[in-house]
Design a protein around this ligand. Sequence first.
Ligand code: SF4
Length: 360
Amino acid sequence: MCKKTFYPPTLLKVTMNAKRLAMYPFLRESSEYIEEKNISLEELINGLAFEECRIIGKRRVLEAIEAGVITDHEMGTEITCLKEILSYPIARILVSCVGDPYLIRRYALAEAVKANHRLQNENLDFILHLAEQFNIGVNKYEDGVKIHFSDFLQNTAQLRSREWKLINQELDSGYVILNKRKLIRIVQQAIQKRIEDELPLPINDDIIRAFKQSVIEIEEEIKKKKHKFESTDIGKIRITRLPPCMKHLLSMAQNGENISHSGRFALTSFLNAVNLSPEDIIKIFSTSPDFDESKTRYQIEHITGGISGTEYTPPECSTMKSYNLCIGADELCNKEWMKHPLTYYRLKGRKRIKGRKKKS
Ligand code: SF4
């Protein structure tokens, strides 16, 4: 492993103030700031003075569920900044009380995407400071940075698009040269991973009691979100007919989660095989944090035959299994003769039509 380069704070021109801490509440300095204020957990979860922090914390979680991104709040004074900083541990407590893996992923992604948006307006020194806190070793290099190729691979393992393949990078003596935008994207990934890894926090009965009402509200929102996904058909496709593997990939795409190259191929070729138009397929991938319409269009048109003239068939169950894409197999999947996700889809369609005939 290469030697990581972290810059001592004195070498980086980084100014920390309450607003910055509020904008990046996961920073080490934000936790230190809360410690300096001597606010106890008991006060935070029950104190009248912190009621607004709890409201903002809950809003953070609800926004993550509903829109997948956290909106900007008032940060004009030190008091409003402190409320914002404290709303972050509250949000983490709430997510932990619910303990739903879907919520953890969605919340971590929303916080990380928010940080990405904010980092676009920061100088390189501040971004390097943040990278250091997330253990990303980078050196300044001309207008951007360079990162050792092994660190690059480690930090981009979840970024599946062609843009992030090592062969498509500018290399210099074993180092990958990155511009500011790419460095921010790597930092976003590291923020998301750390938040996901840290949650759920250990929660005791007193905390659960204190947040009972908020937890009910959040669980309701998750239920609504999941139900909306389950019942919203796309184009001519009935979601209820989809095999579990495709439902899983589709929900990942709609939640803006990164899907492996093989997963994108499987989903696109499957949706094409059941006659979803390339336009509708593009819409499905449009919520991805890395969505690039022209690249997505190219990939989809390649798989669906628009460019290559070859229409790819979706992978069969054995291939899906070998790529770890066979997720949530149900009773129908477990039938010995079930060999292909399309068989599942067609069979479900027939059953549904038969059921309808019986009723009439
Ligand atoms: S068995 Fe086949 S259809 Fe069922 S989830 Fe696995 S890959 Fe999909």
